[in-house]
Design a protein around this ligand. Structure first.
Ligand code: ADP
Length: 480
């Protein structure tokens, strides 16, 4: 039995047992009080009824009781067999005893209830004997026509029937509590086992998945309860893990391929030089220039790969190190860097800003985000074209729009250009020195700031990349 089952069964069992015991105790004590009160009332009433008739069987002068007629009257009244009826004279001596006990006849019964009846008021007393046996003692005055006390009717009663009735109920309740507790215990055990069985099944499946390294298996889910939702959450997580693993393998394979191409060219050209001793100096120089370009390309790819790895690690960090910075500073730095490139390509590069814009950002990361997009706009625009970088600050947002009159992007490619190593036109890319990593770096850099990038483009006419950044202060900075 698993520990959850044990805990559930024991907890429910004890809660139920305690509840039933409290409930039963309450019911039996209430019943007891009710029954005793009823018997008490009954004794007092009876003593009064008998007293009001007893006067008819008594000689008011001599105080002598017509026992036979009185006994007949009692028989007709149908008294409870528990009741012992006594008629006492004014001097408290016993004139009549329904139990026919000769020992008490003629003796004086000086008891509080009798004394109070002699004094003209109903009397009642209750005695507890050995073993908790209760005796009820009720007396009523027998009055003559003038209202004078001529005697007393005394009823003594041991309410055994009520006591037995309550004992029977208590026994019955204990029996029911035991049966009920056992029954509920079994039901809870079965239900708890059904619930924990699914958790146990999930655990063993997850353990075997992680032991065997097979992550793309699914847990079998039935129902819509919390455990099913736990299973669904696990399945979603394992899907994501599998997807990330696929992306990682793809990335390593793409990166290796991208590195291999320039390396193969370098190797080929070096071999040509080495295997051809008569090669002219002009050829050597030409090959060396190509080799130099390929080495530059290798360098660019490796630098970008290193940057991507660094960004992947930083994105998952909680503290993003954002500070209040001037966007104009970043953009004018990018302008200084790229203006010579634009001039060389006969492209007019224009920057426009409505004024100083401040926002919470990481300077280096945001630089990468904007730089790569402006760099692309220049790379993919032909001579005499235009590249316009415009900034705008609206409610809660900063927008940086990079518009070019370049080659544009076909709609089917727009979704893919942010993928690592994706290039629309590989031939053009070789000429521009592209690696297929610029936009994926830009996207990570903007996502790092909780922003996003929209692209609109028309092949042959140009493209617009719109970066949107929230300009609200991050929570941690606000607190600081
Ligand atoms: P690359 O290093 O090849 O430029 P990017 O990831 O920066 O890699 O871009 C991916 C592809 O998206 C590029 O190869 C290019 O085909 C296309 N692209 C990016 N920016 C533009 C643009 N402004 N105009 C046209 N095509 C673009």
């Amino acid at each position: 039995m698993s520990s959850i089952t044990t805990r559930l069964v024991l907890t429910y069992f004890f809660i139920m047992l305690i509840t039933l015991l409290i409930f039963s105790y309450y019911i039996t004590t209430t019943m007891k009080t009710y029954l005793y009160n009823d018997v008490k009332l009954n004794s007092t009433t009876m003593s009064n009824v008998v007293a009001s008739f007893a006067v008819d069987y008594m000689d008011p002068e001599s105080g002598v009781l017509d026992k036979e007629s009185f006994e007949r009257f009692l028989g007709e009244l149908g008294l409870d067999s528990e009741m012992r009826v006594m008629v006492l004279a004014r001097d408290m001596t016993v004139l009549y005893d329904s139990q026919n006990n000769r020992n008490v006849l003629g003796t004086a019964q000086v008891r509080p209830s009798v004394v109070s009846a002699i004094n003209g008021t109903d009397g009642f007393a209750e005695y507890s004997g050995e073993g908790g046996i209760v005796t009820l003692d009720a007396s009523a005055p027998v009055l003559d026509a003038d209202g004078e006390v001529v005697g007393v009717v005394n009823i003594v009663r041991v309410p055994e029937t009520a006591g037995k009735f309550i004992d029977a109920i208590i026994t019955e309740m204990i029996f029911l509590i035991i049966i009920f507790s056992l029954l509920v215990g079994v039901i809870i055990f079965v239900v708890a086992n059904l619930v924990t069985k699914r958790i146990v099944d999930f655990t063993s499946k997850i353990t075997s998945m992680s032991d065997d390294g097979i992550l793309d298996e699914k847990l079998d889910i039935s129902g819509h309860d919390e455990i099913s939702r736990l299973g669904e959450a696990f399945n979603t997580m394992s899907e994501k893990v599998v997807m990330l693993e696929r992306q990682r393998v793809q990335f390593v394979s793409d990166a290796s391929h991208e590195l291999k191409t320039p390396l193969s060219s370098i190797k080929l050209m070096a071999d040509s030089i080495l295997q051809n001793p008569d090669i002219s100096m002009d050829y050597v120089r030409e090959f060396m220039t190509d080799m130099n370009n390929e080495a530059d390309r290798l360098n660019r790819i490796v630098n970008k790969l290193l940057y991507i790895t660094k960004m992947d690690a930083r994105s998952s960090e909680d503290n993003k190190n954002l500070e209040l910075i001037s966007l104009n500073d970043i953009v004018s730095g990018i302008e200084r860097n790229l203006q010579p490139l634009a001039k060389k390509a006969d492209i007019t590069l224009v920057f426009s800003t409505p004024g100083e814009i401040f926002l919470f950002a990481n300077k280096d990361v945001l630089w990468q985000g904007i730089y790569n997009i402006v760099d692309n706009a220049i790379k993919y625009t032909d001579a005499d074209g235009y590249v316009l970088v415009a900034m705008e600050q609206t409610a809660g947002k900063v927008i940086i729009e990079v518009r070019d009159t370049g080659v544009g992007i076909a709609s089917e490619d727009i979704d893919k250009i942010f993928d690592r190593f994706y290039r629309v036109d590989k031939a053009r890319d070789r000429a521009t020195g592209g690696t297929g990593l610029g936009l994926s770096i830009a996207l990570s850099a903007i996502a790092y700031h909780n922003g996003w990038i929209d692209v609109e483009s028309e092949p042959g006419k140009g493209s617009t990349f719109r970066i949107t950044l929230p300009d609200t202060a991050p929570e941690s900075d606000e607190e600081a």
